[in-house]
Ligand binder design. Structure first.
Ligand code: PEP
Ligand code: MN
Length: 342
């Protein structure tokens, strides 16, 4: 059930609806919007009787939700959500660039890259301290020591830190040192982890699972939001396919398909989406061209020595050039009304 309030609804009228939802034993989720406030209801097993709400003062409509997702849906919030991450925003007018190494290796490596990222004007820095590796013998990340290096990057360069957590302990750690928790592709359907990050109030970058459908990705986001954390950013990072020319198949059609259904921002990861240095640039440009709200890009000064994902890392100068190009593409997409006065 979705309760749409009238644009003129008072705070007291909204509070009355919230109170009734709670009295019925359900959870209300209030979504203030530009033109009206909507209240989503979760926790109900069957249909909620519209009669509880439709005649209340300030209520415009009580709509039965027939789709599998509620809180991610544009029915609840027709306008796009802009998610605050530290002192930056994802989903707003400005293209969000999240750049940095795959893994935090050592302070020198991280600071060298952070300098480039900060100088480029990007507001977000990525780097994994907990690495989900296919082999248990591969570099697993530096854990808390790595997070401390990232926290220093924030202090020195003013960049907002996006970093992955693989379990509940990791979430607590990222909450302490970072600005945005990344839930990686392999954990997209780790439902207890999703519920756990849903209980934090930190923004979540949720990556699409290796073989997840659009509905599965949205329902994973729904898990987080149902716990009261509405700050979710979706990320297309490629899905498993049969080709061998690229590590994954970057599914760019999912970007407009998601934007059609959800108010959440959608970003693209052409690094994991392709796995090859020479493919990152063109797919990043394409990602912005299809309307992504931002990019997450791996950068390394010496890819052949990287402890993780060197083959897909961009050199600093490649990254700088790419960023200028995608900003130009983004500008072309800005609605004409905003750039031309008639
Ligand atoms: C990463 O961002 O370094 C990463 C491991 O991503 P994914 O979960 O998309 O593989
Ligand atoms: Mn990586």
């Amino acid at each position: 059930m979705l309760i749409v309030m009238k644009p003129t609804a008072t705070e007291a009228e909204i509070d009355r609806v919230l109170e009734i939802v709670e009295t019925l034993g359900f959870r209300p989720h209030i979504m203030p919007g530009a033109s009206r406030t909507a209240i989503g209801i979760t926790g109900n097993r069957g249909a909620v009787d519209r009669a509880h709400f439709e005649n209340l003062p300030g209520v415009s409509d009580a709509i039965r939700v027939t789709k599998p997702y509620k809180l991610v849906s544009k029915d609840l919030r027709p306008e796009r959500s802009v998610i605050k991450v530290g002192n930056g925003e994802i989903g707003g007018d400005e293209l969000a660039m999240i750049a940095g190494p795959c893994a935090v290796e050592n302070p020198d490596q991280v600071f060298e890259i952070a300098q480039v990222v900060a100088a480029s004007g990007a507001k977000f820095f990525r780097g994994g301290a907990f690495k989900p590796r296919t082999s248990p013998y591969a570099f697993q990340g530096k854990g808390e020591e790595g997070l401390k290096i990232l926290a220093e990057v924030r202090d020195q360069f003013g960049l907002n830190i996006v970093t992955e957590a693989m379990d509940e302990h990791g979430v607590d750690m990222v909450n302490k040192y970072g600005d945005c928790i990344q839930i990686g592709a392999r954990n997209m359907q780790n439902f207890s982890l999703l519920k756990y990050v849903g209980k934090t109030r930190m923004p979540v970058l949720l990556k699409r699972g290796l073989s997840a459908t659009l509905d599965e990705l949205l329902l994973a986001a729904e898990y987080i939001m149902a716990e009261g954390n509405y700050d979710v950013i979706l990320c297309e990072r490629g899905i498993r396919s049969f080709g061998s020319h690229a590590r994954n198949t970057l599914d760019l059609s999912v970007v407009p398909a998601l934007h059609k259904i959800t108010h959440l921002p959608v970003i693209v990861d052409p690094s994991h989406g392709t796995g090859r240095n020479y493919l990152v640039d063109p797919l990043a440009r394409a990602g912005i061209a299809v309307g992504a709200d931002g990019l997450i890009i791996e950068v390394h000064p010496c890819p052949e020595e990287a402890l993780c994902d060197g083959a897909q890392a961009l050199l600093p100068n490649q990254y700088l050039e790419l960023y200028e190009q995608v900003k130009a593409i983004r500008k072309v997409l800005t609605p004409v009304a905003e750039t031309v006065s008639v």
